[in-house]
Design a protein around this ligand. Structure first.
Ligand SMILES: [Zn+2]
Length: 331
């Protein structure tokens, strides 16, 4: 199968100096910016996905380049942001990108993933913004804040590989808890905050925009990134994906990996779902054959998914987590 390298899915139509529109051209299906035909200097970038909905993509820390992707929604009553970046300067970049799009203030931040690569920059959001978070994620953030305080200083906080500049951000005490579903209105816009089940962190939230039929899935959906399971609930994650796909949105937005056009995103969430199933099936095969976990890590055959971003670092972690679940140790 030849993969087309041409034009990368970006139109040259510039809305502002930094906002781009996705065109309908074929794109290389990968999380790797260079393979996709982009330059590292193309990031961070803002993408307009609907009249008042945008994504913001900046690079995750670490040697392998792939994006951490946020969504923001501009309404008459202010801006809602779903997830931040992994450090104070990076989330400052997000805040500044929003300012280039609209003079409306950021009023609301949904913590869809509690991991550090999505929260460690939250001190850059304006003081007084209203946070929404799942109770499990709130407990996780409070635990990690406590551990951070005990350690004193240095080192990154958060469990998802933030860049280490925690800058003393603590979840405000008045953060609103969403355990299951909350429908909110900002101006004329209806916004649904949804818990689709435990997936990548256990407190995973999704943000659904019913008017535009856009579903931001944060780390429930990693676009062409190997299933990252360090804090995951593998079989429940599959069910969360089932629930997401049953909603049949026009556009799925991943927490890592590129923003796609609607039709491509529908194919890619299927591809991600299949990757999850394949990884779980391979680990389960090894487990049922009685292969010890350390040997399984070496013997696992990931097939086509071995080429996905983070496969070499996340493969062993997935084996351990799936073994944990199969042996009944995962609560
Ligand atoms: Zn992440």
């Amino acid at each position: 199968m030849s993969k087309r390298f041409d034009v990368i899915g970006l139109s040259t139509a510039l809305l502002t100096c930094t906002t781009i529109l996705l065109a309908q051209q074929p794109v290389v299906r990968t999380a790797d910016p260079i393979t996709r035909g982009l330059q590292l200097t193309d990031f961070p970038r803002t993408i307009k996905v609907a009249d008042n909905v945008y994504t913001y993509e900046d690079f995750h820390a670490g040697p392998e380049k792939f994006t951490t992707t946020n969504m923001f929604v501009v309404t008459d009553a202010g801006v809602l942001v779903a997830d931040g970046q992994g450090s104070v300067p990076e989330t400052k970049g997000l805040v500044e990108a929003i300012r280039k799009v609209t003079p409306k203030p950021i009023t609301t931040v949904v913590i869809a993933s509690d991991h550090g690569d999505h929260t460690a920059g939250n001190a850059s959001f304006p003081a007084g913004v209203h946070y929404l978070i799942h109770p499990t994620s709130k407990a996780i953030l409070e635990r990690s804040a406590k551990a951070f305080a005990l350690r004193g200083s240095g080192g990154g906080r958060g469990s998802g590989g933030g860049r280490g500049n925690a800058d003393a951000w603590d979840l405000p005490a008045d953060a609103e808890l969403v355990a299951d579903k909350k429908t909110m209105h900002m101006g004329a816009e209806e916004i649904q905050i949804l818990f689709l089940g435990r997936a990548h962190t256990g407190g995973d939230l999704a943000v659904y925009l019913p008017r535009q039929k856009i579903l931001f899935l944060s780390e429930i959906y990693l676009n062409r990134v190997f299933p990252a399971m360090r804090s995951a609930y593998p079989s429940e994650w599959l069910k969360a994906l089932d629930r997401a796909e049953a909603m049949k949105p026009d556009l799925y937005i991943a927490g890592h990996g590129f923003t796609e056009t609607g039709a491509v995103s529908q194919e890619e969430i299927r591809a991600y779902h299949k990757a999850m199933e394949a990884v779980i099936a391979e680990a389960t095969r090894l487990y049922k054959s009685g292969v010890p976990v350390d040997v399984a890590i070496k013997e696992a055959n990931w097939g086509e998914y071995a080429s996905w971003t983070l496969a070499s670092s996340q493969g062993p972690i997935a084996i351990r987590k799936i073994y944990e679940e199969l042996s009944g140790q995962l609560k």
